[in-house]
Design a protein around this ligand. Sequence first.
Ligand SMILES: NC(=O)c1ccc[n+]([C@@H]2O[C@H](COP(=O)([O-])OP(=O)(O)OC[C@H]3O[C@@H](n4cnc5c(N)ncnc54)[C@H](O)[C@@H]3O)[C@@H](O)[C@H]2O)c1
Length: 421
Amino acid sequence: MRERRTKVVVVGQGYVGLPVALRAAEAGYFVVGYDVDDTRVKRLAAGDSYIEDVSSEALVAATDAGHYLPSSERRDLAGFDYAIITVPTPLREGLPDLSYIESACQTVSRYLRPSATVVLESTTYPGTTEEVVGTLLEEGSGLEVGVDFHLGYSPERIDPGNPDWNLKNTPKVISGVNAESLDAIRAFYSTIVDEVVAVSGTREAELTKLIENTFRHVNVALVNELAMYASELDTNIWEAIDAASTKPFGFMRFVPGPGVGGHCLPIDPSYLSWRVKQSLGHSFRFVELANDVNDHMPDYVVGRIAAALNARRKPLNGSRVLLLGLAYKRNTSDARESPSVRVARRLLAMGADVRAVDPYVSEPTEVDIPLVELTAEELEAADAAVLLSDHDAFDLGLVEAHAQFVLDTRARLHGGQVERL
Ligand SMILES: NC(=O)c1ccc[n+]([C@@H]2O[C@H](COP(=O)([O-])OP(=O)(O)OC[C@H]3O[C@@H](n4cnc5c(N)ncnc54)[C@H](O)[C@@H]3O)[C@@H](O)[C@H]2O)c1
């Protein structure tokens, strides 16, 4: 029963931290969900989840059972056994921005006690856990890493909106700075996930996450570039990909789209290429090429809309364009780094009258355009529609029946007025 009283602090209650906190609470730990964003903490305290993979009912149940405490008060970290850091790792002017990790470490180090364990889950370049986190925790606490306290890294593999794979049933890679740290980290994660996969060091665990995302980024870029050429060659890329996918070995299906978004693909590979450049002086050419191709996709989408309108004797300037989906992928509310936002910006800059439909996105996005309902009237009033995120909530039959013209970047629509990417 002692384990039931183990205190876990999850620093950062976002897409990664909130599911981890709730899963640990469900497993019986006492969990403090600490976040500097007071508005988010208030919503959590009111039982209102803003992350689609965590239901408000689960949140209320964990809070009522006394297993979960959302907090923006640092003193609630006092006496923790495990601190899991899940704060953002964005790019600032194209370079890794570790300021959130640094500030989280300063907070955690104030409450670090001998025998406690700290795990970094934020995505970052190999070396961060030992060089940055370890150093800051030692400086702030006066304790010695690997001797007085345990430290490790465990990458997050959460796939927002995925109905089949969740935190519990997805194997979790874990690592520690030494054997004792790994033991402590294994003891925690093996109680919240079905399978843990231990690697020999924190750098290997950090690189694991970057390999996974770089692999995806590069393959998405490959099919995106192919999609642009296939269109010019009057060849159906979607059919070719479907046919190639029937090969039972040696091929993995990736599909084109309007560009990459979210917190992973547009950012994580650049952490790796920065590290390679900074430490070794080499350019990571695959990442640069993939960035180049994927970054160009929103402009390409706008070019295709302009060409289609032109064929109908309409200029983009003054035309109404309806964006279907602002989130970067289907069935998620996450519009960060979303290609849809870049499509919207470019269309606005060219004088289009832009509106968007997205039943999932509730937080403000980086572009100021009217959010409307998906209705026959909106579709008929738009000179062009563009399907950017193929949310389940969209009535695609309505789009097919009422749109004058649709550019379909997800290959979900049929009909004479539909053009595929
Ligand atoms: N979103 C994903 O699908 C995903 C998947 C795998 C890995 N990751 C990685 O996980 C990390 C977190 O991503 P996210 O999507 O959960 O971000 P998020 O923006 O949804 O959440 C991060 C939270 O941390 C809080 N925060 C910032 N600084 C803090 C501090 N010093 N102390 C306490 N709280 C602080 C923010 O207020 C925010 O609520 C990133 O490194 C990201 O790359 C994200």
